[in-house]
Design a protein around this ligand. Structure first.
Ligand code: FMN
Length: 346
């Protein structure tokens, strides 16, 4: 699997998720089996580059190659400058966001809104490629299937992007209008794959090794990209890699192993955000990890009251140690759903 001239270790990608796939989480996903992880989007607005949020997003200290940075914006020249700015800060691949449905992004005509204006979308792609190509940096595109059901233009836009020099396209199998509702559809992704020669990554609702294999087979895609299913479960990449290689599902990880991964993640997280902000923003990662376990919700409520790193680390450590007395392994996803149903019925 290659993006331009850059060889990737495998075809399992962590999807960009603002507020989630920061450097510590990307590092963990890579360590646990993802071959590639794209940064949270970085705005093309220069006036925001010096903000704490954007400068943290442009910090790649200690991150494994290839460093891929997603940029978002609506103006071709500004997007080209944003690409150059991020290359200066270590980006080895530039990804253009045409997939995000967030109002904050779309009301400014960025993200998936760009799919509605193909000439502007192509002008942006051409400008970014022109800024990146002389520096040997490949440009990739992340898009949805279209703006709405009656306007599924992913194939046309993908062909235009390929002609403009884009090196890889990731397609989320929903329209912008759908947001995250309904089920992802894979026929449009298959049509994009059939229409272009560059690699295509399929994205949307992939939450298990079996689903990963099914989506790869159904779309013919070169890679799969996983977002929400990796929240609190970054080892999903290793599980999928194992299943694709052997046809056999690996048992869920040991509870003690998950504790060690989470503690490692928390230390890295505090390192980037500092104590005060880090303790708060780490809560969602802890919550996602424990939700699969019995009593996870109650622990989350308690843990959300803690305000310093030491107390948070201690609470997580003790809770997992206690859990390990009764549960050797993390419950499988199916078992979790069953547990929730049983709790609702009780
Ligand atoms: C919290 C969150 C933040 C996201 N942020 C971005 C983003 O910054 N850029 C982007 O292209 N997509 C973003 N997405 C979309 C994901 O990359 C992905 O396309 C989508 O979640 C579907 O994949 P999944 O079903 O595997 O989650 C975000 C999704 C979520 C849930």
């Amino acid at each position: 699997m290659r993006i331009g001239t850059i060889e990737l270790p495998n075809r399992l990608f962590a999807a960009p998720m603002a507020g989630v796939t920061d450097r510590p989480f990307r590092r963990l996903c890579r360590r646990l089996g993802a071959g590639y992880a794209v940064s949270e989007m970085v705005t093309s607005r220069k006036d925001l580059w010096k903000s704490l949020k954007t400068s943290r997003r442009a910090n790649h200290d200690g991150e494994a190659a290839p460093i891929a940075v997603q940029i978002a914006g609506t103006d071709a020249q500004m997007m080209a400058e944003a690409a150059a700015y991020n290359i200066d800060r270590g980006a080895q691949i530039i990804d253009i966001n045409m997939g995000c449905p967030a109002k904050k992004v779309c009301s400014q005509w960025a993200g998936s809104a760009l799919m509605q204006d193909e000439p502007l979308a192509l002008a942006i792609i051409e400008a970014v490629v022109a800024a990146c190509a002389p520096r040997g940096v490949p440009v990739t595109l992340k898009m949805r299937t279209g703006w709405r059901a009656a306007q599924r233009n992913a194939v046309r836009l993908a062909c235009g992007a390929e002609s403009a020099g884009v090196a890889m396209i990731a397609v989320h199998g929903r329209t912008r209008e759908q947001g995250y509702k309904g089920a992802a559809e894979y026929d449009t992704i298959a049509a994009v794959k059939a229409a272009v020669r560059i690699p295509v990554a399929a994205n949307g609702d992939i939450d298990s090794p079996a689903k990963a294999a099914e989506v790869l087979a159904r779309t013919g895609a070169d890679a799969i990209m996983i977002g929400r299913a990796a929240q609190g479960r970054p080892w999903i990449f290793g599980e999928i890699a194992h299943f694709l290689a052997t046809g056999v599902e690996r048992p869920p990880p040991d509870v003690r192993q998950v504790k060690a991964w989470l503690i490692e993640h928390l230390h890295d997280h505090y390192g980037l955000y500092g104590e005060r902000a880090g303790v708060r923003s780490a809560r969602k990662h802890i919550g996602w990890t424990v939700r699969a376990l019995p009593g996870g919700e109650a622990f989350r409520a308690r843990m959300n009251m803690l305000e310093d790193c030491e107390a948070q680390l201690r609470a997580v450590g003790e809770w997992f140690d206690e859990m390990a007395q009764t549960h050797q392994r993390m419950p499988s996803r199916a078992a979790c759903i069953e547990d929730e149903t049983m709790l609702e019925a009780a």
